[in-house]
Design a binder for this molecule. Sequence first.
Ligand code: CAA
Length: 247
Amino acid sequence: MTQRCALITGGTTGLGEAIARKLHDAGCTVLVTHMAGSAGAAEWLEKQAQEGYQFKVYEVDVADYDSCQELGRNIEADGFQVDILVNNAGITRDGTFRKLAKEKWDAVLRTNLDSMYNVTTSYVEGMAARGWGRIVNISSVNGTKGQFGQTNYSAAKAGIQGFTKALAQEVARKGVTVNAVSPGYVATAMVEAVNPEILEKQIISQIPMGRLGRPGEVAALVAFLCSEDAGYITGANVAINGGMHMY
Ligand code: CAA
């Protein structure tokens, strides 16, 4: 099988890290990004290497168009052609709408939604020209059902679903698939930041499986969507939420 090159934004933590490892297991060359200015990349790489995982880390601010353009140029200069893109980087800035500062709205929309344009634009042309590509955009159960305290996040994640379906149509004839994955509540730092009482009483109690998801469960789904076998799946929004919201 051809060795594919995968780029995972936000690939050094949480879901992104699990996805990076799963695609490495599948034989891909894996590039990951972490937030520009954040520390710890060297230690992270070392820890991964001790466990048999080789990655290349790039710094980028996915909310910033110029930073993403620079990322694209750096990846090209290093001789990589991105076949698989996982738009995973995302943040939360929760708060009820009536108290939601403009900064919290902007930060979430820029990081979670503008990033779809900022990042994808550098790689889609190459995928189409080579006649093969996989793009997986990480949305959320809350983009479909909405969530108290998350007008910004729910709006951005719903936007990702629309973006996915539109782009999927545009590149379908070029061998490029574009899908969204909508995880529910997964055991990562993002979910652990929710007040434990709210998490237990309002959220886990609403999950038919009665537990949080595991990062590896989401990563396995993403890896399948990136595989050769998933070539006829495009424009889908695949739910993985323990039954929390069924559609
Ligand atoms: N539905 C209706 N009313 C609710 C409610 C709900 N789900 N939750 C709280 N309320 C009510 C409270 O009873 C309270 O009512 P009173 O004022 O009448 O007493 C009021 O709303 C509280 O409103 P506040 O504006 O004061 O809210 P707060 O500041 O206490 O808390 C919040 C707001 C921080 C957003 C908190 O509700 C919260 O953390 N909610 C969970 C948000 C969440 O699920 N985030 C997910 C993060 S992980 C992620 O995003 C990953 C993913 O993709 C799933």
